[in-house]
Design a protein around this ligand. Structure first.
Ligand SMILES: *Cc1c(COP(=O)(O)O)cnc(C)c1O
Length: 395
């Protein structure tokens, strides 16, 4: 058997980060508000420019960005927030943290929001978080049309969608606010970190203050001071700032982004094409207006019963590939019924059925096409061993 590539290792951090970190460590300047041109402020300017938005605020995680987004929207206590039922547990958690109540809407077999269920539940809610889960973009035209009509603000959880484009627009710039993650498994890796972007000066002013720009530290943000004057001393300080070292690690990765996006897409599309040759793998197609930036692949197991699903997962594991079925892997944080902190799970049969067959395999941009072939072969062989053992023994 060929060597199975390691899909968990990260890429090295570009060399310029080392020099900058040495400079920071020798000056001890780790707090973003000590100096005017902190690496955190520079990252905000560069990130906003890269995405094409007016303002950015770097924080401690994407979860913090989601929390601050809801807080800066000024939602009252117990406001309902619509989120997709297929998302990461951090998303309903951010809603709870902001003293709001998540309402879960159904997702489809292609991992995207079910627009009919979304439209049906929209009248109950005061805000929406669209989670572009694993980089799968929901129909943003339909979502924005419905939300604009209902005057409900949209926050995009683009944690896993950096570099994705919808109809010529960067994901994260379509809703009122876009939130991104710099956690190690995302496209830009600082270990931990997050950032939010918006074109709304009043909203960013509130988020900046609540993120911990106490006293007049907001003066170190290049945003209209009139927006800040209005909110001085009127908002709580949640202290979710980014540390300068994190910004120094992220900044030199920004120029790597186009390459990572292109290579990740190449790897994904290559494996998708190989898997499609087997009748038991269904890799949902992208939507027409979407240009994707994947760093993993998701596919549904078609025509397998529960036993066959677990036999396939075991056969893949024996071959050295970790396949995670969202709904069957123990305590999976992306299965809504495991979010017990919300109380009794709602009835969402469509999303549940999808999660019981939907597989997740990491496919980082640094893998070569040969690596991707090894992974595809191993998955296809594992499937034959389960579904057509007579054929598999020859391979
Ligand atoms: C990773 C992720 C998050 C959380 O990001 P953190 O920076 O770890 O808080 C939220 N939503 C999605 C879709 C993610 O993939």
């Amino acid at each position: 058997m060929k060597n199975i590539p390691n899909v968990y290792d990260a890429e090295p951090i570009p060399a310029p980060a080392m020099q900058e970190i040495e400079r920071i460590l020798s000056s001890g300047d780790l707090f973003r508000y000590t100096s005017e041109n902190s690496p955190v402020a520079l990252l905000e300017t560069e990130f906003a420019k890269t995405l094409g938005s007016t303002y950015a605020l770097a924080v401690s995680s994407c979860s913090a960005a989601l929390f601050l987004s809801l807080k800066s929207l000024g939602l009252p206590r117990d406001a309902k927030v619509l989120i997709p039922a297929f998302t990461f547990g951090a998303v309903p958690s951010a809603v709870v943290h902001a003293d709001c109540v998540p309402v879960l809407c159904e997702c489809q077999n292609n991992y995207r929001i079910d627009i009919d269920d979304f439209a049906a539940k929209l009248p109950q809610v005061q805000a929406v978080i669209v989670s572009h889960m694993r980089g799968h973009t929901s129909d943003m035209d339909a979502i924005m049309a419905l939300c604009d009509e209902a005057q409900v603000p949209v926050v995009e959880d683009a944690a896993h969608s950096l570099g994705t484009v919808w109809d010529g627009r960067n994901i994260g710039t379509i809703g009122k606010i876009g939130c991104f993650s710099f956690q190690s498994y995302k496209l830009l890796n600082a270990g931990e970190g997050g950032i939010m972007i918006t074109d709304d000066p009043d909203l960013i002013a509130r988020a900046v203050i609540m993120s911990g720009a106490y006293e007049h530290n907001w003066k170190k943000h290049p945003v209209l001071s009139t927006a800040f004057d209005k909110w001085q001393n009127k908002l709580p300080l949640y202290n979710q700032r980014m540390n300068t070292l994190s910004a120094a690690i992220i900044r030199p990765q920004l120029t790597e982004l186009p390459r990572r996006v292109a290579d990740g897409r190449r790897n994904h599309d290559h494996v998708a094409e190989r898997l499609h040759q087997s009748p038991w793998f269904d890799v949902p197609k992208k939507l027409a207006k979407e240009i994707r930036a994947p760093d993993s692949i998701q596919f549904n197991l078609a025509g397998l019963n529960d036993d066959e699903v677990s036999l396939f997962v075991n056969a893949a594991a024996t071959a050295g590939i970790n396949v995670q079925v969202f709904g069957t892997s123990k305590d999976n944080a992306r299965a809504f019924w495991n979010w017990k902190f919300l109380g009794e799970p709602p009835e969402l049969p469509q999303t549940k059925a999808m999660l019981m067959r939907a597989c997740d395999v990491r496919l980082p941009a640094r893998l070569s096409i040969e690596d991707c072939d090894v992974i595809s072969e191993a998955l296809i062989t594992a499937m034959y061993r389960v579904m057509q053992p007579a054929t598999a023994y020859g391979t």
